[in-house]
Design a protein around this ligand. Structure first.
Ligand code: PLP
Length: 473
């Protein structure tokens, strides 16, 4: 590139300083993370009050803006990226992904267009290929990089909606759902809320879906499923789950998927975190048969530890994915010849959200990913063993992957123990509900979690339970 000296430089000194300040603050934050408390010290109202002021008439210099943000965030950030955060099922924003994310923002590429953003497209296509391969899914599948598991589920459901209705001679993209043939929907009773939201967004309605009975680990009961399938008047949309949020369990794919295929139905798998166990040969039996489905939703910001927001929808046959997502509607040129990112996602314009995952996969390699996923599952088993040995605590699940749920005899005890643990601020598990009981849920998923962190969360929970039994002074 030649420099045109008649034009102003790309950055003013203040803009440069703002970038420096942000980079330095980011580094300091992550360097000190393992030593900082698990939860924010500043409450929500206080934090909001710091920022939610009337917008001034006059602007302020860039560096001052960043300083203001850093001051305002002081004590009000949650240590979600650190290895002592066991809440929900959240990845830890791996530093190499964060570094790559800086570049994504700095480069400002609109990744919706392949030919306008060749470098981003190259990295994102690599991520799609690698993830499809790592998960053992059909190599020719179509894929879309979306914001997370919820959108990935919605898109998979919409691709299935397109295909099932097309099979019945109905073009849902042109004619919508009014007057369309009815598509039965089957889903497990212990499915995550996200696919139900996807069903709503796709016009199927959440309550219209048949909720199939599950076993004590939240897996779909095959006999109950067969009965439900028997009652379907048309080829159904079936939603299965890899990784139940509380138990970490997996639906019996090998038994269910062939039944659905024989009926001409569509199987979508919500594998937001659970599909990643495919990376570990010793654990891959949990996913046996999953590659026979039609679409899969997986998060990149969970087990891969990509910075938010990043997820992927994978569809065996790319045509219904593109037909349901492309903004080019029915005037589609030959879409198989050219991989246009915006054809596979709801967004036309978007950031290069696959780039951080490219960086993380390059950094970990196959071996690093395998080691991380296995380590988390091993640690989950270890924690369950330690907690189960404590009188009065009950581990409520078999450990299938990386989730552990534990409870006391009564809900009030469980919640008091959890509150104590969270208040002490050394680790942060969160709550859930299982089998009609409140539970403390411990999710092992942050890239930096090691045995010492597992020991800490177990001892904090046991310590809080003993404190409670001594009368909780
Ligand atoms: C997290 C999760 C989702 C939703 O994913 P988001 O990335 O939070 O949108 C869906 N299903 C399961 C099983 C999950 O764990």
């Amino acid at each position: 590139m030649t420099e045109d000296t008649t034009l102003p430089k790309g950055l003013t000194p203040d803009q440069s300083r703002a970038l420096d300040l942000a980079a330095t603050a980011a580094q300091t934050y992550r360097e000190t993370l393992p030593q900082t408390g698990a939860r924010p010290q500043v409450d929500l109202d206080t934090a909001v009050g710091r920022f939610r002021t009337p917008l001034a008439e006059e602007g302020i210099p860039e560096a001052e803006v960043i300083e203001g943000i850093l001051n305002g965030a002081e004590g009000a950030l949650h240590n979600m990226s650190g290895p002592t955060f066991f809440g929900y099922v959240l990845g830890g924003s791996h530093p190499v992904g964060v570094a790559a994310d800086f570049l994504v923002s700095a480069w400002g590429q609109n990744a919706g267009s392949a030919f306008e953003t060749p470098a981003i497209t190259g990295m994102e296509r690599a991520v799609c290929d690698w993830v499809i391969d790592l998960l053992g899914l059909p190599a020719q599948s179509g894929a879309g990089l979306v914001t997370g598991g919820s959108v990935a589920n919605m898109v998979g459901i919409m691709a299935g909606r397109h295909a099932l209705l097309a099979d019945q001679g109905w073009d849902v993209e042109e004619d919508g759902l009014f007057g369309a043939p009815e598509i039965p929907v089957l889903i497990g009773a212990d499915a995550h809320s996200a696919p139900f939201a996807g069903l709503r967004y796709a016009g199927f309605g959440a309550a219209r879906a048949t909720r199939v009975a599950t076993d004590d680990q939240g897996r779909i009961d095959v006999a109950a499923f067969e009965a439900a399938l028997e009652g379907c008047a048309a080829p159904p949309l079936v939603i299965l789950q890899a990784g139940q949020i509380n138990t970490g369990a997996f639906d019996p794919f090998a038994q269910i998927i062939p039944l659905v295929r024989a009926r001409g139905g569509w199987v979508h798998v919500d594998g937001a975190f659970g599909l990643w166990v495919a990376a570990v040969p010793e654990l891959a039996d949990r996913l046996a048969g999953v590659e026979g489905a039609d679409s899969w939703a997986v998060d990149l910001h969970k087990w891969l530890n990509a910075p938010f927001d990043a997820g992927m929808v994978i569809v065996r046959d790319r045509a219904p994915l593109v037909a349901s997502m492309s903004a080019r509607g029915s005037y589609l040129p030959d879409l198989t010849a050219h991989w246009e990112p915006s054809d596979s996602t709801p967004e036309l314009s978007r950031r290069g959200r696959g780039v951080p995952s490219y960086a993380i996969l390059r950094n970990l390699g196959r071996a690093g990913l395998r080691e991380m996923v296995k380590r988390h599952c091993d640690l989950a088993g270890y924690i369950a063993g330690v907690l189960a040995a404590e009188p009065g605590l009950r581990v409520m699940n078999e450990v299938h992957s990386n989730q552990v749920i534990v409870s006391c005899d009564q809900d009030a005890q469980t919640m008091a123990v959890l509150e104590r643990v969270q208040q002490r601020g050394r680790v942060y598990p969160t709550h859930g509900e299982w089998a009609g009981q409140k539970v403390i849920r411990i999710s092992l998923i942050g890239y930096a979690m090691q045995r010492a962190h597992a020991d800490l969360v177990a001892s904090e929970i046991i310590g809080a339970w003993r404190w409670y039994q001594e009368g909780a002074p």
